[in-house]
Design a protein around this ligand. Structure first.
Ligand SMILES: [Zn+2]
Length: 675
């Protein structure tokens, strides 16, 4: 109890430093840990919790629930888009024809998420207090996001304004600076970066932990008074001015009286676009006299008396300087164009950022757009979207052609027939080695669990692995590996070396899968190996022979034949065999009556067998495959993502088998019969 009180005081102190003084003494992580400790104590002793606990107060992370559905008081509608200046002028003129005194507000259309804030006066003389924040949702019903809204500095908790009820609508967004800071932090921590500010802001607002909202620095602008005292519901701009006088950030706005003024204001925002510290996707034109808005309805989806002008994407003409070819981890070639702005000679300036490169996708794209060194191209970027080429302005002396050989390992590249991709299919290609070796060792292949990707990368880096065959020679370097601490100390090194040794006995289906031949996954590998007594026999097969196997198409057949025809792969195969890796299939699983009288159901995704294959095996061994689980079910074979059948089997006490156990059951039969 004493510790609990001390912890509460400690947290209250740090909260004050953080929220009120902007001068935290401890890191966010340390703060979170204190909070976790407090929550843990409160779970153990709910009787200690008092209303003044930091876990109960807003301002802290908890206290208000997020995510409950809320029906909006005023629907949160969209704004109808227009794409030409003529449409803007027409609309303004139409408004002025009916209301000659009409005035307009031209505003930034911020690319964020709409949020409604509801305030009420709890007692006479008290200020208006925020009691509910809602996301837009369907426009008619959204989620309660009050806890997160309270973590946004721009959201006012209380307001000194007339009326007993007030409803504001604003846009939650992320500044470029906050977005970049987030991504820089993610990168440092080796985590995934966010693609754009809007999605990150949306995801953050949906998080149940309000402290993250604070940490990520979301911002908000108010752009409308939705409901409230008459004096705040008459003239739009003056209402926002009154809010701003209370320190509430409101959307930048310009009062306009004529179509010309409206267009000028729109143009000015367009020119400033690059230097605005957040993303905008247009300009909004609103009727300033709120009462007039109802005279200009725009259907049930859109707000009356509003239009949004969408700016055309920004475009520059660039000259191609260089085309970079990279080999990805999957062997796929990627092309990047490096260019300069034809007019300025420097980087292309688009939406406030310097652009010097764009992805060129694939050879078809390059050919279609006549991309080559010295050619001139339009490049555009809208909002946070990555730059794209948008047509050739001046063709190059020569259109670029992808190299014939892998720029990393020199082996002949393969152009895929079904896609425009070009690939290096050499499994020992250094660009792909970490991936091919990891795949070979993975659970679905040779199942060397302990040999993780990080370790594989380190072993490649240190020169121990040049192909997956080298996995089996690691044991020759045992002392060296231990001395260098590559895998850890002696115990850990031996554990992994033992796992590698054990994998040699794997079924050749696993080996074939692990070879990483294109189009040959686990199910195909199993189907193929049903027809061969071992990998060697398969390696000798022609593409034509392979096509005769029901599940093997022409492309797959030639992928297999090409793989085994490549001398480098034959050498790898020799080395695998020399290391003692099993290449032989077990005795053919003959049809038996082992499953006679049994009803077997299957659920989930099995590691190697397809649904049809296992049902055939059940039938071939005298059993009956059933689509559902009942008291009559003898066994349920369950794989990954097993659902209701598994639950039911457990309820009924039906024994559950893994695929491996099922296969053993059939094979054991063979053993017994041959005795
Ligand atoms: Zn290569």
């Amino acid at each position: 109890m004493e510790e609990y009180i001390r912890l509460k005081q400690q947290i209250a102190y740090h909260m004050d430093r953080y929220y009120n003084q902007d001068d935290p003494e401890i890191t966010d992580l340390e703060y979170d840990m204190l909070m976790q400790d407090l929550k843990r104590m409160e779970r153990e002793h709910p009787e200690w919790v008092t209303p003044d606990s930091p876990t109960q107060r807003v301002g802290g992370a908890a206290g208000v629930r997020n995510g409950t559905k809320v029906v909006h008081n005023v629907p949160m509608l969209s704004i109808e888009d227009v794409f030409t200046r003529e449409e803007v002028a027409e609309w303004t003129e139409r408004v002025l024809a009916m209301h000659p005194g009409a005035e307009f507000s031209v505003e930034h259309k911020i690319d964020g998420l709409s949020m409604t804030l509801r305030y009420r006066r709890e007692a006479p003389g008290a200020p208006l207090t925020l009691f509910l924040a809602e996301t837009r949702g369907t426009g008619f019903e959204g989620d309660d996001c009050t806890a997160n809204a309270l973590m946004i500095r721009d959201v006012p908790r209380s307001l000194d304004l007339p009326g007993d009820y007030l409803e504001l609508r604003g846009e939650v967004y992320m500044t470029h600076a906050a977005f970049e800071a987030y991504n820089a932090e993610q990168e440092r921590a080796g985590r995934k970066t966010a693609a754009n500010a809007r999605n990150l802001a949306a995801g953050t607002l949906r998080l149940l932990d309000g402290s993250l909202t604070e940490k990520r620095g979301l911002s908000m602008f108010i752009f409308n008074v939705q409901d409230g005292a008459r004096e705040l519901m008459t003239r739009h701009i003056s209402a926002l001015d009154r809010l701003e006088a209370q320190g509430v950030p409101c959307v930048p706005r310009t009062l306009c009286r004529t179509p010309e003024e409206v267009l000028k204001a729109i143009d000015r925002i367009g020119e400033e676009r690059g230097s605005i510290p957040y993303d905008i996707d247009g300009a909004v034109v609103k009727l300033d006299q709120i009462d007039y808005r109802a005279d200009f309805p725009a259907g049930t989806k859109y707000s009356a008396g509003h239009i949004a002008y969408k700016y055309p994407p920004e475009e520059r003409v660039v000259v191609m300087d260089e085309i970079l070819v990279d080999v990805g981890r999957t062997g796929k070639l990627s092309f990047t164009g490096v260019f300069h702005d034809r007019e300025t000679g420097g980087p292309a300036r688009l939406c406030g950022t310097d652009v010097t490169r764009a992805t060129l996708h694939n050879q078809d794209y390059i050919t279609d757009m006549s991309i080559g060194i010295g050619g001139a191209y339009k490049v555009y970027k809208s909002g946070e979207i990555i730059p794209r080429l948008n047509g050739c302005v001046e063709p190059p002396p020569q259109v670029f052609h992808a190299p014939e050989n892998c720029p990393v390992c020199g082996s002949a590249l393969v152009r895929e027939e079904d896609t425009a991709d070009i690939r290096c299919v050499n499994p020992s290609c250094p660009a792909q080695l970490a991936r091919t070796v990891s795949y070979f060792a993975s659970v679905g292949c040779m199942k060397i669990d302990a040999l993780g990707e990080k370790l594989i990368e380190a072993l490649i880096e240190a020169g121990y692995l040049h192909s997956y065959a080298d996995i089996y020679t690691l044991k020759d370097h045992r002392e060296e590996l231990i001395a260098k601490g590559m895998i850890g100390k002696e115990k850990n090194t031996d554990r992994i070396l033992a796992a590698i040794e054990a994998s040699k006995a794997s079924d050749p289906v696993r080996l074939l899968t692990g070879l990483g031949i294109r189009n040959v996954g686990a199910a195909t590998a199993r189907a193929i190996m049903e027809h061969y007594s071992g990998i060697r026999e398969l390696a000798a097969a022609t593409a034509e022979e392979l096509t005769a196997i029901p599940d093997v198409g022409g492309i797959t057949a030639s992928c297999i034949a090409d793989f085994f025809a490549d001398p480098r792969n034959r050498e790898i195969l020799d080395r695998l065999e020399a290391s003692g890796v099993n290449m032989k299939m077990p005795e053919r699983t003959k049809a038996s009556d082992r499953l006679q009288g049994m009803t077997i159901a299957v659920t989930g995704t099995l590691p190697t067998l397809g649904r049809k294959e296992i049902e055939e095996l059940i039938a071939a061994n005298g059993g009956r495959a059933s689509g559902s689980v009942s008291r009559k079910t003898t066994y349920l074979v369950a794989g990954e993502a097993a659902g209701s059948k598994l639950t039911k089997a457990r309820e009924l006490g039906v024994p559950v088998l893994t695929e491996e156990e099922f296969l053993m059951m059939i094979r054991e039969t063979d053993g017994e019969e041959s005795v």
